[in-house]
Design a protein around this ligand. Structure first.
Ligand SMILES: Nc1ncnc2c1ncn2[C@@H]1O[C@H](COP(=O)(O)OP(=O)(O)O)[C@@H](O)[C@H]1O
Ligand SMILES: [Mg+2]
Length: 222
């Protein structure tokens, strides 16, 4: 499903080259729940951007569902991303002026789904994350945990095969963290491939597999 071979990502920095990713190879099977863990600055987000088709590697090969996406032009990459991947971010990235239901329905516009169908589907996704009574609340009118649950509902709006979460609990209190982790567990049980990026050992422990990254290199896989 996710097959990365010798990925590198380098950035030119004041006359030298910073290797944010240094020869990372990994394979994540369909339906797996994997955590990418490592200290701040180790390259987790860089890796997630490449695996999430938000960016291309400097070198190496990345195949997603058997298709080589390492060197796709950005418009093509955006298409793959929209079809295959759902995202959950630390800062939720919900649109402030839209209600919960509008935020979840938004990605469905790109699928050409009709307005009525979008709202019905968005409502059902929100009910499944326990936000059935917060449909018309804007993000600022919901707690952090409720916002992140909304973001998870939105991430599922287009039936992605892979759900990718970058520090999804990074700005949540313990109770909300528990709720979000329970939802990720549920997505995994439903057969979704879940990749979570975290520097929190408790969050990582929920995944069946932990990939350790240090200074841009993969140093552990258990
Ligand atoms: N766009 C960029 N330009 C230059 N350096 C970058 C860029 N993005 C990330 N880096 C550097 O790459 C390294 C890894 O960053 P990142 O992937 O964000 O780490 P993490 O998510 O583990 O905290 C860091 O040293 C960071 O400063
Ligand atoms: Mg990061």
């Amino acid at each position: 499903m996710i097959h990365a071979q010798r990925l590198t990502k380098s950035y030119p920095m004041e006359g030298r080259v910073l290797m944010a990713l240094d020869n990372v190879s990994l394979h994540i099977s369909e339906g797996e729940y994997a955590a990418i863990v490592g200290p701040s600055g180790s390259g987790k987000s860089t890796l997630m951007h490449i695996l999430g088709c938000l960016d291309s590697p400097t070198s190496g090969r990345y195949r997603l569902h058997g298709r080589d996406v390492s060197a796709l032009p950005s418009a093509e990459l955006a298409k793959v991303r929209g079809e295959e991947i759902g995202f959950v971010f630390q800062g939720f990235q919900l649109i402030p002026r839209l209600t919960a239901i509008e935020n979840v329905a938004l990605p469905m516009v790109l699928q050409g789904m009709e307005a009525k169908e979008r709202l019905i589907r968005a409502q059902s996704l929100l009910e499944r994350v326990g936000l059935g009574d917060r449909l018309r609340h804007k993000p600022s009118q919901r707690s952090g945990g409720q916002q992140q649950r909304g973001a998870i509902a939105r991430a599922r709006a287009r039936h992605p095969a892979v759900l990718r979460a970058d520090e999804p609990t990074g700005s949540l209190d313990p109770a909300s963290t528990g709720e979000v982790l329970a939802l990720l567990d549920q997505l995994h049980r439903e057969g979704r491939t879940v990749v979570v990026i975290t520097h929190d050992a408790k969050v990582a422990a929920r995944a069946g597999r932990q990939l350790q990254i240090r200074d841009g290199r993969l140093v552990g896989d258990a």
